[in-house]
Design a protein around this ligand. Structure first.
Ligand code: ADP
Ligand code: MG
Length: 444
């Protein structure tokens, strides 16, 4: 019989004497016999963090093994990683074959930068230029369709172009979980571990899926730590900030917070326009599109970038089918192209706090985050007060308390004061009155 059989019998026997079934199943079963060297049986476990659980039982396991195998060897337990490092040449670690899953189309050069995403783009670029040095981990969160996935790929593509030998891997946290589960059942834990731990840049998209998956999140934590220790770069995206990741272990959340956290906002009017122009440019459109059309789309289909993209596609498709002989896309034609979506939008377009904030933010070329923020910059304060006032006057049934909550958890008296102030300004300042009316027009 070989050491592997002896070892599985050893575990079987040990199991009978061990009373915590859960620990046995989740930890001890990870122990793998590797080889005998110099009268030492080397047994490994997936991570150094699990060694603490098994350390106290080394002697007992050793005795069982020796009695079954009729040998007199010493049992040594180490992590997979240490085993690879100690006994196998570095080339072997470097030789892992994997797919990076990077999409070449998502680059920094076709990512349009504006107020809504500038910080996230800057941080991503810094990380791509100096992986592991600038900020690790970098944590990017936002609603969907605002460019997180695009930035992750851009980081990977940029770093790869600079150094083709760099190890980069893009995966969604869902793919990570699936691969982890598959490797558990195929007994490929080693190569799974080796692959992830040998990355210079690990890009993990939509981490929220991993949060509630305990054993996967444990595994991720181990890999995360190992990469952090080696000064490798980790970039994570999520639909919410770290502290709101329900089910995510606190120790993981606090690791995330230790890095740099950035967010992406809904594009403001100017950024939306720039993105539209970029998308049109990429499509190599050979007929002019009137500026009014761009304005129209930028102000009506701007919930996220995906919506902007969709509307460009729709417009160009409509031109292809119904406007073959039109020399230019003008507003009239665009209105036709969007007739059904646009009308539907008007009908269902009920007034919300968000739509008001957005309109005000756009008018002042600010982001919604700035409106909600604690910033005391004067133009932000003016915009914030107007937004509060409009919510109070345009949406029925909103109490001052509710409004306070909607605006970054402010006190009801703050909201009352803001509304009074706006009313005073409205009565004495015609320019101010005009601004508020213009915003109102945009909202309705
Ligand atoms: P998320 O991952 O946040 O849901 P994506 O990265 O998938 O968003 O972005 C949705 C689409 O919008 C993608 O096609 C992406 O290329 C595009 N996009 C997002 N932000 C920008 C930007 N600033 N410039 C150009 N395209 C963008
Ligand atoms: Mg995404």
């Amino acid at each position: 019989m070989d050491i592997y059989t002896y070892w599985s019998q050893t575990l079987e026997m040990f199991k009978k004497t061990f009373d915590d079934q859960v620990i046995f199943d989740s930890i001890f079963t990870l122990l793998k016999a590797r080889e005998i060297r110099d009268n030492e049986l080397i047994v490994t476990i997936d991570s150094i963090f699990n060694i603490g659980y098994v350390d106290d039982y080394v002697d007992q396991l050793q005795d069982i093994y020796n009695s079954i195998a009729g040998t007199n060897i010493k049992l040594v337990i180490m992590s997979d990683n240490d085993y690879q490092k100690q006994f196998h040449s570095p080339e072997e670690v470097n030789d892992i074959i994997y797919e990076d899953h990077l999409q070449p189309g998502y680059t920094f050069s076709n990512f349009v930068v504006g107020n809504s995403n500038r910080i996230a783009q800057n941080a991503s670029l810094a990380v791509a230029m100096k992986p592991g040095v600038a900020y690790s981990p970098l944590f990017i969160y936002s609603n969907s369709g605002l460019g997180k996935t695009h930035l992750l790929h851009a980081i990977g593509n940029f770093a790869k172009e600079k150094d083709p030998n760099i190890h980069v891997l893009y995966c969604t946290s869902e793919e990570f979980v699936n691969e982890y589960i598959a490797s558990l059942s195929n007994g490929n834990m080693d190569s799974f571990n080796r692959k992830y731990r040998s990355m210079d840049i690990l890009l993990v998209d939509d981490i929220q899926f991993i949060a509630s998956k305990e054993s996967s999140s444990e595994m991720f934590f181990n890999i995360f730590n190992s990469l952090q220790n080696d000064n490798k770069q980790i970039v994570i995206t999520s639909d919410k900030p770290p502290k709101d990741l329900k089910g995510m272990e606190n120790r993981l959340v606090s690791r995330f917070i230790n890095g740099l956290t950035v967010t992406i906002d809904t594009p403001e009017f100017e950024t939306a326009k720039a993105i539209l122009k970029k998308k049109i440019e990429i499509q190599k459109v050979d007929y002019p599109i009137n500026e009014e059309v761009i304005d129209f789309i930028a102000s009506h289909f701007n919930n996220d970038v995906r919506e902007l993209e969709g509307s460009v596609k729709r417009l160009l498709f409509y031109k292809l089918v119904f406007g073959k002989d039109k020399e230019e896309i003008d507003l009239e034609f665009a209105l036709e192209a969007f007739a059904d979506t646009y009308d539907a939008k008007q009908e269902t377009g009920s007034l919300t706090v968000d739509s008001i904030k957005k309109a005000v933010a756009e008018y002042y070329n600010l982001t919604v985050n700035q409106i909600n923020s604690k910033s005391r910059t004067s133009n932000i304060i003016v915009a914030r007060h107007i937004a509060m006032y409009l919510v109070r006057t345009m949406i029925s049934d909103m109490s001052f308390i509710q409004i306070g909550k909607e605006f970054g958890g402010r006190d009801h008296s703050t909201v009352m004061k803001a509304c009074n102030k706006v009313e005073r300004n409205l009565s004495k300042d015609p320019n101010y009155r005009k601004a508020v009316n213009d915003i109102k027009k945009r909202i309705s």
